[in-house]
Design a protein. Structure first.
Length: 110
């Protein structure tokens, strides 16, 4: 199995790939959807919502946080999570660019 050669790609391409990879699991999509619905919450709320084990939810939260899609603030014994709108705005702009490009080429597709 070959190593990925991220140095061959731009920082922007690598950043979009990190965001997309973080969203590549249905549990993480469910977490993002839950956070959109409630605005902010603690890990235990997500565990109750998804009926996944707490360590599993924590691992998914870690992946989303490392990608920059969510952020967490310590509140007492718990971490309160919310969506990081800056990263989602970058992803939204990227997808909008694809959509715009497809719309322009709509009649010229093979």
């Amino acid at each position: 199995m070959g190593a990925t050669k991220t140095e061959h790609f731009t920082d922007y391409q690598n950043h979009i790939a990190i965001l997309a990879k973080a969203l590549g699991h249905p549990a993480r999509i469910a977490i993002i959807e839950y956070l959109m619905k409630v605005d902010a919450c603690i890990c235990g709320d997500i565990v109750n919502e998804l009926t996944l084990a707490q360590p599993t939810v924590s691992q998914h939260l870690k992946e989303l946080k490392n990608a920059g899609l969510i952020k967490g603030n310590i509140e007492g014994n718990a971490i309160c999570y919310c969506i990081d709108d800056k990263s989602l705005s970058k992803l939204q702009a990227y997808l909008a660019n694809i959509s715009d490009s497809l719309e322009k080429k709509k009649n010229n597709c093979c």
